[in-house]
Design a protein around this ligand. Structure first.
Ligand code: C2E
Ligand code: MG
Ligand code: MG
Ligand code: MG
Length: 292
């Protein structure tokens, strides 16, 4: 009886494996089509500069307009694209689209706007991000410092020396470098020394956990202070509620991002003139009183 069950389990296991492998393969084929048919678009999420309450940076976030399933977010295809290497051509498309849009904004008079593009380890190490970015800056006549790239801590597990070299090349031409999802993994302060980083984006899990444990506010406060002491800009991600704004009032953080301000949207649906004065006043008042 046990033997029979064991065999059944095994069959079940291989079937499940086959179907998940088949699914991946299917997604991979669909992604090839999507590249060919140009089914990718970028949505943009504002990052608010607190001293003015205005949008300073727009993070470009990839969306796939699937012909049948509709808009797909990265969680639905990114791991396949990363594993297959398709992220390289897809990422190049994203860089091109972001630069094209940035030029439109600049020409419309929003000359201080920065666009921030996510780059995966494979794009950094297997692609040619420096060449792609240089040629797009040239094509659309954009200043390099209007562009920022975001990399995650998982670069630590890849070829560090090669990653640092690519980041140094980007930094050398003037592109900003942000460390995304800081504090979510095992990256430490040594990462900040080794990599040519200008900005850290504090992972959304910190905000999520703020309401559970008061000590998290202290950790957040210490982290933002430290980052500023070593001349890094700080973005706190994942601000969703008024209570979150209250809880981070003691943090010296210049940039905030999250659904509280705006969800990622198509460029045409964004209003770059928007100003978050009410939120800003509240946060700033509290910040001033905490500083004095
Ligand atoms: P990320 O770079 O950390 O981007 C932030 C993610 O958090 C986005 O998800 C955004 O929609 C979401 N988010 C922003 N504010 C809030 C909030 O207040 N609450 C909650 N719950 N979520 C919030 P999205 O767009 O699904 O992107 C997921 C990830 O996919 C990104 O994480 C990034 O790692 C990756 N990604 C997106 N676009 C690209 C791209 O063009 N290239 C590469 N290589 N990766 C990309
Ligand atoms: Mg990001
Ligand atoms: Mg992030
Ligand atoms: Mg994230």
């Amino acid at each position: 009886e046990a033997k029979k069950n064991g065999k059944n389990n095994f069959q079940f296991f291989t079937q499940a494996l086959n179907s998940s492998a088949a699914k991946r393969l299917n997604t991979e084929e669909e992604l090839n089509q999507a590249i060919e048919l140009d089914e990718f678009v970028l949505h943009y999420q504002p990052i608010i500069y607190m001293p003015t309450g205005r949008i300073k940076v727009l993070e470009a976030l990839l969306r796939w307009q699937h012909p049948v399933k509709g808009i797909q977010t990265p969680v639905q295809f990114m791991s396949v694209a990363e594993e297959s290497g398709q992220i390289v051509p897809i990422g190049d498309l994203a860089i091109a689209k972001a630069c094209e849009q940035l030029a439109i904004w600049h020409n419309a008079g929003f000359s201080e706007i920065v666009v921030s593009i996510n780059l995966s380890p494979k794009q950094l190490l297997r692609g040619a991000p420096v060449e792609t970015i240089k040629s797009m800056l040239e094509k659309y006549q954009i200043r390099a410092n209007s562009l920022q790239i975001e990399v995650k801590e998982n670069l630590l597990t890849q070829d560090q020396a090669a990653s640092i070299e690519v980041l140094n090349s980007l930094k050398a031409i003037g592109v900003g470098i942000a460390l995304d999802d800081f504090g979510s993994g095992f990256a430490s302060l040594s990462f900040l020394k080794k990599f040519p980083i200008d900005t850290i984006k504090i992972d959304r899990s910190f905000i999520r956990d703020l309401e559970q444990d008061e000590r998290n506010a202290l950790i957040l406060q210490a982290t933002t202070r430290l980052a500023r002491d070593i001349s890094l800009s700080v973005v706190i991600e994942g601000i969703e509620t008024d209570n979150h704004i209250q809880l981070i009032r003691t943090c010296e953080c210049d940039y905030l991002q999250g659904y509280y301000f705006a969800k990622p949207k198509a460029a045409k649906d964004l209003n770059l003139n928007q100003r978050w004065s009410a939120q800003f006043n509240k946060a700033q008042q509290l910040q001033i009183s905490s500083n004095s």
